[in-house]
Ligand binder design. Structure first.
Ligand code: ADP
Ligand code: ZN
Length: 727
């Protein structure tokens, strides 16, 4: 049965592998053994009941306390063509009735219910008429009185379970102390051997701490390093949230606030805008995050010190749920510690006070750690870090913490600050040092400076770290508003070679072994932007969050492999059959058009096993190509075909090219030559150039012909050339 689960994982969800413990959990459930799954946020709990729910013949009931999360999942499942629905009071009468009807007709695989709804007499009566195969209890810690979030309705779920003695039960949670776990197992009759505890480590999160010296500037620079990405900034107080939001808005960032002082209408609206990528950044108090499931949050910044590791962990856990790299930065100032201590001192209950102090000290151990930050973090959960060096926190990426003599690098940096007129921030200085051809560099003619392109020994991150240390050690002053750097008197000493400069050299961040290949921003970003814009349009039209259509990773993989056929599109992470049917042609066209315009070839994607394509869709694609080729061979021109099929000329040419690449010969290949309008001698030299340089890339051919043949003409000639190669 686990084979069936793997097929669903690939064909429906478009994922290649199960994550840690998902496979064992799903296998256990499929064997109808009650199961407890403890997994961190973002670990992939939903799949543990969604897949069995798809495999089982009967109905799977999913109990969850948060309406917004249920609806989010239903939307995502429906996008995958898995029939799922929710019953709750927020539905309109007609939607409610439709869902009831679908249930009665056994058309639903997964039904989401709040615990109190599940226990209503009418619902129980309805369910007893259904063939219930599985009951999944999400946020299962709510069952235990020992937990931090006990809900009496959860305790009564036994009544539901008793009604379905044949149904297998799976309980899932991200937070459970040993005592709570025992309680859940006892309540739900789960055997010791059916408890699966995943590591709490989230290896894709880069964890770092910076001394808080100019928090707004630090925050601004951090956010600037994540353009167009979703991020959350946590502040301690509502006032802090409002002030920071206003400043960021003034500086032109796409940002909204969130705290309990806002009306619930505003809160819902802002949250929804974040989820739908209408706004990039949310500045929030800890009130934000419970009800959101956004997988592509790329960073979490703590503007103030959290009171304890529990909260810190929960908040950074909202980043990188999709498993891709995400960054967590804590700004750590002793002033914040003082504030928290002051509050603790006000507490009257001695035990509470002791506990709060202990929690604060644990948090400080993390903030002040000189070794791996994961050690204190995981110790909090009673877990030992697997490796001494995690390679993904600021301390572990500072090689051995040995300071090195970076005098020469510091001199380069300082002199570049000097030569650019002491007006620019670190990012620009580094661009100049690393020989970037960014517009700002060229506009200012900084490519003509002697310090241009002399700093390629370090990457941008390493230079950034060096710059921070130059600031911290007083060699540079940073102008607060725009971040412009100015030399101090001390800098002169280093420049003259009188004083050496020792500092920590930041090692390039290693990609974690966890994700086989990180696809954050690895695709062609221009194409990613095009794909994102269309994803947003489709999402808005369908009233869905963009990630329910395709994840960022999926778009980046598309812009990395440039698939040209539906079959290859299906090999992309996150593209299953249902999404392919629904969005395949649309995205394929965007990719093909882009490739044609930019002369980009498809990249072989050997990484993934091919998924079984339903013959229907691939034959659709073929039949279209065949139709186009037929019409063309009968003499219809490219531009008239483009009008007929409502595509660009390039897309038609691409269809023709794909046709010959697939090994089909053109009956009327001469037409291609005629259409170029070139003289025979020009055609001959172009064909000779293809023979010499190969037909895979046009640029070498174009260059070798001294621009006598245009790219448009070369595209046609290439089809002829390849067609002639076919025996
Ligand atoms: P949790 O409920 O544990 O917080 P989710 O179930 O929401 O986590 O999963 C987090 C993200 O990870 C989702 O975007 C999901 O699609 C993705 N995911 C889950 N399992 C896999 C897998 N095996 N391969 C790739 N992505 C996965
Ligand atoms: Zn580490």
């Amino acid at each position: 049965m686990i084979n069936q689960a793997s097929i669903i994982l690939k064909n429906v969800f478009g994922f290649d592998q199960f994550r840690e413990s998902q496979e064992a959990i799903i296998d256990n459930v499929l064997h109808r053994r009650n199961t407890l799954a403890i997994m961190p946020t973002g670990g992939g709990k939903s799949l543990c009941y969604q897949i069995p729910g798809s495999v089982f013949d009967g109905l799977t009931i999913v109990i969850s306390p948060l309406i917004s999360l249920m609806q989010d999942q239903v939307r995502q499942l429906n996008e995958l063509a898995i029939p799922a629905c929710v019953l709750n009071s927020s539905l309109s009468d007609s939607d409610y009735q439709n869902n009831l009807d679908a249930l009665k007709q056994q058309q639903i695989k997964l039904l989401f219910l709040a615990p109190e709804t599940a226990l209503q007499t009418n619902i129980l009566a309805l369910l007893t008429n259904c063939d219930v195969a599985c009951i999944a209890i999400d946020e299962a810690h709510c069952i235990s009185e020992w937990g931090h979030d006990f809900r009496p309705e959860y305790r009564q779920l036994n009544r539901l379970i008793e009604c379905f003695p044949k149904a297998v039960c799976i309980a899932l949670t991200a937070t459970a102390t040993p005592r709570v776990r025992e309680d859940i197992k006892q309540q739900l009759n789960i055997a010791q051997s059916s408890e699966y505890i995943s590591s709490f480590d989230r290896p894709n999160l880069f964890i770092s701490v910076l001394p808080k010296d100019n928090p707004y500037l630090q925050c601004k620079h951090f956010v600037e390093q994540h353009p167009e990405q979703s991020g959350i900034i946590y502040c301690q107080s509502r006032k802090g949230v409002d002030e920071l939001t206003a400043k960021l808005q003034q500086d032109g960032f796409s940002v909204l606030p969130y705290h309990a002082g806002l009306s619930s209408i505003k809160r819902n609206d802002y949250q929804e805008r974040f989820i739908r990528d209408d706004v990039n950044i949310i500045v929030a108090t800890i009130a934000f995050g419970m009800g959101i499931n956004k997988p592509d949050v790329r960073y979490v910044l703590h503007y103030d010190l959290p009171k304890n590791i529990e909260g810190y962990y929960q908040q950074i856990g909202r980043a990188g749920r999709d498993g891709l790299d995400a960054e967590c930065l804590l700004l750590f100032g002793y002033g914040d510690t003082g504030k928290i201590r002051f509050f603790i001192d006000q507490m009257s209950n001695e035990q509470e006070k002791r506990l709060a102090n202990m929690h604060l000290n644990q948090m400080l151990a993390l903030a002040e750690a000189e070794d791996c930050r994961r050690t204190p973090l995981l110790a909090y959960f009673g877990e030992k870090s697997a490796k001494e060096n995690c390679a993904n926190c600021d301390n572990c990426t500072n090689q051995g913490k040995e300071k090195s003599d970076l005098t020469v690098a510091a001199q380069k940096f300082l002199s570049c600050v000097h030569r650019t007129g002491q007006r620019f921030g670190s990012s620009h200085i580094i661009d100049v040092l690393r020989g970037s051809s960014a517009e700002k560099v060229l506009q200012n003619q900084h490519n003509l400076l002697s310090t241009y392109n002399i700093g390629n020994e370090f990457n941008k991150k390493q230079w950034m770290a060096l710059a921070r240390q130059l600031i911290q050690k007083g060699f540079l002053n940073q102008e607060p508003q725009y971040g412009g750097l100015k030399l101090t008197q001390k800098a002169g000493e280093v420049l003259k070679g009188k004083v050496p400069f020792f500092a920590l050299l930041q090692q390039p961040v290693a990609t974690t072994s966890h994700t086989s290949k990180s696809f954050v921003n690895s695709g062609d970003q221009q194409l990613v932007a095009i794909l994102k814009a269309d994803r947003k349009r489709l999402a808005d039209a369908a009233n869905l969050p963009p990630y329910a259509i395709f994840s960022d990773r999926t778009l980046n993989e598309m812009a990395y492999y440039f698939p040209h056929t539906l079959e290859n599109l299906l090999r992309i992470h996150g593209v299953g059959q249902a999404k392919l049917d629904k969005y395949g042609e649309h995205f394929l066209k965007l990719i093909c058009d882009y490739c044609l315009e930019n002369d980009i070839q498809e990249v072989a994607n050997s990484q993934t096993a091919s998924k079984t394509t339903a013959s229907k869709t691939s034959s659709n694609a073929n039949s279209r190509s065949v139709e186009i080729v037929d019409a063309y061979q009968k003499g219809q021109s490219i531009s008239s075909l483009a009008t007929q099929f409502k595509v660009k000329d390039g897309t038609i040419i691409n269809h023709l090219y794909r046709y010959v690449l697939d090994g089909h010969k053109f009956a009327q290949a001469q037409l291609l030559l005629q259409q170029t309008g070139l003289s025979q001698s020009n055609i001959d030299s172009a064909l000779a150039a293809f023979a010499e340089h190969s037909h895979e890339r046009l640029k070498p051919v174009f260059d070798s012909l001294n621009e006598t043949v245009s790219y448009d003409q070369l595209h046609l000639l290439r089809i002829y050339y390849v067609s002639q190669l076919i025996k």
